[in-house]
Design a protein around this ligand. Sequence first.
Ligand SMILES: N[C@@H](CCC(=O)N[C@@H](CS)C(=O)NCC(=O)O)C(=O)O
Length: 286
Amino acid sequence: MTPHAYVMERRLQRARQLLRTSRQPLAWVAAECGFAHQSHMGSVFQRVLGMPPSRYRTDSTAPPISHPADKGSPSVSDQAFALYVDSRFTSPWAMSVFVALTEKGLPFTLHTVDLDANETKTPAFAKLSLTRRVPTLVHGDFVLTESSAIGEYLDAVHPAPALYPNGLRERAVARQLQAWVRSDSQALRGERSTEVVFHGARGEPLSPDAQAAARKLFDVVEAVLPAGADQVFADWSLVDLDLAVMLQRLKKHGDEVPARLAAYADAQWGRASVQTWLSHAATVKA
Ligand SMILES: N[C@@H](CCC(=O)N[C@@H](CS)C(=O)NCC(=O)O)C(=O)O
């Protein structure tokens, strides 16, 4: 944990304790805990707990933040991670969380789920995972699915290095691109599945629908990738991985990809975190 994250966590713990045990005004609690302003305390509560301090004070169902002094259990940022991914290492969404944890240098145990054997549909998996999908992240006694929600959570718990840009609009654009990649381009995703990307599968020439999706993908990446850059924002983000996987669906198959975008996708492929995922995929039979 960075010194800044540690200080923030201790301030939050103290504020939580004071809110529950005193009737002091919020401004007093904020000052007592070392927050610059009451609004700063509010934004930290909102980011970590998903609610303002006033609600935390009155809501008995508010999520607890464990702390050694409170419960004898590790603090949130010290709890162990476990990640459930598909056993063929083809899920781009599982890859996104794997890369996120790896980029942050967070140790985790890796569990594989055999999708072909319907292991996501077993009662045991249903008990663990709310939406019964991979990726599923376990953090202490907390379980989360949906890769983009997990990315945001990881940035909140372990802020550095960041997975998303900090600026309001840049972050909104990052969310926009992540949501778009996950919901559009069905024809392209169907005809160039990630079996192509990770296991060298071959497909028929692209249908007109998939060609249109490919052109749209190129237009979007051309629009958001600054000239001469190999990342969309000032620093690397999970969006770069998402876009690179989309481009690799075509490039790995030998479909035409504009040179600048092909170089961008390959630069992402050069990251150690991506290579670690690929090394897992390489152990699986094509
Ligand atoms: N929007 C989800 C998509 C997750 C997803 O589609 N997972 C697939 C594998 S790629 C899965 O678990 N399929 C098995 C099932 O639904 O039973 C995310 O971003 O995490």
